[in-house]
Ligand binder design. Sequence first.
Ligand code: ATP
Ligand code: MG
Length: 497
Amino acid sequence: MTSFTSFTQRINRRLALQILLPLLSIFLLMAIIGGTAINASVEISLREQLVERAHIAADSAQFAVESANTLGTMQRFVSALAAEDEFRSVTVMAGNPLRIVASSQMNEVNKPLSAFKNSPKAEILKLSYELRQTPHHRFQDNQFLYGSSVLILGVSENGLPLGAGAVVLEMKPQHYRSAKRFVSSTLILVMLTILAVILVCTLYLLQRLILTPQKALLQTLDRRKNNEKILCPVKGENEISAISQSLNELFLATDQVDELKTQFVSTVSHELRTPLTSIRGALGLVLGAFAQTLDPKIKELLATADRNAEQLARLINDLLDLEKMASGKMTFTMEDSNLCQLAREAITSIEPYAEKHGIKLHFNAQNIQQFAEVDKTRILQVLFNLLSNAIKFSADGQSVILSLQENPQYHQFSVKDFGRGIPEEFRAKMFQRFAQADSTDAREKGGTGLGLNIVQMIVQAHGGKVEFFSETGKGTEFFIKLPKHLPAALTAAGEKS
Ligand SMILES: Nc1ncnc2c1ncn2[C@@H]1O[C@H](COP(=O)(O)OP(=O)(O)OP(=O)(O)O)[C@@H](O)[C@H]1O
Ligand SMILES: [Mg+2]
């Protein structure tokens, strides 16, 4: 599941990149085109505003110039006009030959127009003078010039009337520039807001259409792995729903097969158990009551039959246990139990088996008053299974040690042997049903490969876990960790049963 999760995370990242990158490039392209267009139209409208303001200013300049009747007064009017915030310079031209008659830049006064050769100001002055009435303007390198013709009623220093002339206003570009800056920053702000909205919407859609259904699917797969018989949620019509639907069909089919198999195992086991009980009873009776009178050969044959009947009974019980646990029908009677006492009981019941294999059993307990809420019979079954494995896979004369310890979180049983160890390649499937490291074990050592699976199920039902450490050729140690504080769900289940 972990690798499936990381696989889907990789897909999500790639998907996000595949959606976001083209989206961002489209957005950037649109931002550049749209920004340039908006900027151009804003520039045009700002320039129009500037022309409008210059036009009004030119009217008042004309009035000022016309109403002055001496050059001195005209110069004062021009200087006063130029002192206004929006003008950088004001220039008036008239006379014959044409010359500057008043200017806010005093060094220009009295200079002929020819002295300003090639200057934009002279060009506008000339155009305004020659074409009369039509105002002329020019934007050039942050400079804005506006010229209009004027009729000057005043007189020159030598008393001659000046007649037709032209006035040129040079506007300060600051206002225009700050307006442009304002528009650009507003534009950037608007673009960023749109980008943020697009990103949020994309992520929301990604979350809603892909991530959330995908998470629900993964959770379902996770729960199915823990044997919960649930189906994947199917919402709407998209790829994930289609996958969920197909998986559901598969799950329903396997659930059905599982159910049939469980029923089959259960029926066969029950049917086998009844006659087997009477066979074992009869054999026990014959071997007990007529032991003295029986021919030794017949006695040996009957003992073999009894051993095999017992092994068969154990297999049937294991199968029934597994079936019950898998279908959730197994009930656990949780009660406060002395774990040290349980361990001793396990040792006592396995002792004959150990003796038969020439194995010495040892028991260590850190605390003999160690109590826990467990199902005694089932924990005994766990210890019995682990001890029987340890004995079975040890060599004659070796020892097996059962220990009981505790720490603040859990109680721990450990079963240690010095036998052949578990081959590395087998460790991953050790807890699977019918798994045995060596195919000859079933025949030579007995057993069906169900013991560890049952151990794991019982321990998990107690909220605990099974761990092990093994070195090939040196031995194995199994650890059963039972939590001191049972999870709430288990406590409730225990109370019910
Ligand atoms: N202590 C151990 N030392 C070496 N191998 C072990 C040990 N415990 C388990 N194994 C290996 O794990 C396999 C599975 O063990 P498990 O108890 O499930 O089955 P089994 O003992 O073969 O049969 P069953 O327990 O059903 O009678 C064993 O067959 C053996 O190969
Ligand atoms: Mg076993």
